[in-house]
Design a protein around this ligand. Structure first.
Ligand code: FNR
Length: 364
């Protein structure tokens, strides 16, 4: 799918890109990218919950000119959809995070780069033409954690997205079954070799890096040492969101990690309204997990999210066609969102609100 728009390549939806990716990726990589924890109930719930939402369109509003632009933490972006951090993007395409950053920049969209990127955070910043945020876990080695914060700030990342939902790596049946390992060409290059010891078995790598003893005090420590605005990622409970707001987070990202951590966690879109009420405008609220259509972005914004992030679809786009594939994924969201805004009677983002939420069908 080189250099042709998605529609010209016969791609109508993110699901079409998913099918292309599945055909191209080795089985264990496909499973790592697409799978989730346990029986994948939460992976399915993330989609099912969006499917149960309905939207009540308003007619006869002048939508001849539509403006999907918005701001996040003061940064202007082309639309309220952004790229969630996903690790080791070179698993999907050799250009990895460079391709993603270029595609995001070409569409004026926000890209969040994972601490476990397979291209150094400085090289990604060098390739980017749009805004970048850096996603960090507070690692066992606090010295390395501090250095990563400083490097991200020095490289021009505009916010720090602290993942708080990974005290341990989730129980992922597929990866266990596959004994999933990183290929020799893919590594956590942001980390010094002695902190990320040679092992390429992902589970071992994560156990060496990730700290299960983290508490809110560590979030406060990050807040203190970081010159960047702080986004707390991986919250689903309203009381946790309240705590994050109280310690001065600039935003919370409602996320169940795409169903990869706790099987049985509620869908993010289901958890969102209680978080929005708990935060009560003290900070911005975003959402990820299961956002696959422009109408999902619109529904998330109508439910109170300032931005919806997408994870797997970017990996599928990368696998399907590198930078062009990611652009195809982003264009699907942009086109679908634009048309959804038009048929809902929303000429701009501020006009998207709870009045659009229709009756919700019972689960079934
Ligand atoms: C992730 N996610 C993730 N999150 C994070 O904070 N740091 C990371 O390194 C990763 N790595 C990662 C790898 C892969 C392959 C996936 C699929 C996901 C979670 C990610 O940021 C996001 O929360 C979910 O992907 C959102 O759900 P969807 O859009 O994939 O359904």
């Amino acid at each position: 799918m080189a250099h042709e728009p998605a529609a010209a390549a016969g791609i109508a939806s993110v699901d079409d890109l998913r099918r292309l990716a599945r055909a191209r990726l080795p089985g264990p990589v496909w499973d790592y990218v697409t799978g989730g924890a346990g029986e994948e109930r939460t992976v399915r719930a993330n989609r099912d919950a969006f499917r149960r939402l309905t939207l009540l369109p308003r007619v006869l509003v002048d939508v001849a000119a539509r403006d999907p632009r918005t701001t996040v933490l003061g940064t202007g972006v082309a639309a309220p959809v952004g790229i969630a951090p996903t690790s080791y993007q070179s698993l999907a395409h050799p250009d990895g995070e460079l391709a993603t950053a270029r595609a995001a920049g070409s569409r004026g969209l926000l890209d969040v780069v994972s601490v476990f990127s397979s291209v150094s955070l400085e090289d990604v910043a060098g390739a980017a033409t749009g805004p970048l945020w850096f996603q960090l876990y507070c690692l066992r080695d606090r010295g390395v954690t501090r250095e990563l914060v400083q490097r991200a700030a020095a490289a021009g990342y505009r916010a720090l997205v602290l993942g708080v939902d990974l005290p341990v790596i989730g129980y992922r049946d597929r990866d266990i079954r596959n004994r999933f390992q990183l290929p020799p060409s893919v590594a956590p290059v942001n980390l010094p070799a002695d902190v990320a010891p040679g092992g390429s078995v992902l589970d071992e790598l994560n156990r060496a890096l990730v700290d299960p003893a983290l508490t809110w005090r560590d979030v406060e420590w990050i807040r203190e040492i970081s010159p960047l605005p702080l986004v707390v990622k991986g919250i689903v409970a309203a009381d946790d969101a309240d705590r994050a707001a109280r310690i001065g987070a600039d935003a919370v990202l409602v996320s169940n990690h795409g169903g990869r951590q706790l099987d049985g966690a509620p869908a993010s879109i289901t958890a969102l309204p209680d978080v929005v009420s708990a935060v009560a405008d003290r900070c911005e609220v975003y959402l990820d997990s299961g956002v696959r259509r422009g109408t999902d972005v619109l529904a998330a914004v109508a439910r109170g999210a300032r931005m919806a992030f997408v994870g797997r679809p970017v990996m599928w786009g990368l696998a399907a066609g590198g930078e062009d594939g990611v652009r195809a994924a982003l264009d699907l969201y942009l086109t679908e969102l634009d048309l959804a805004m038009a048929v809902c009677g929303c000429p701009d983002v501020p006009s998207i609100g709870p009045h659009l939420l229709g009756p919700t069908d019972p689960p079934g």
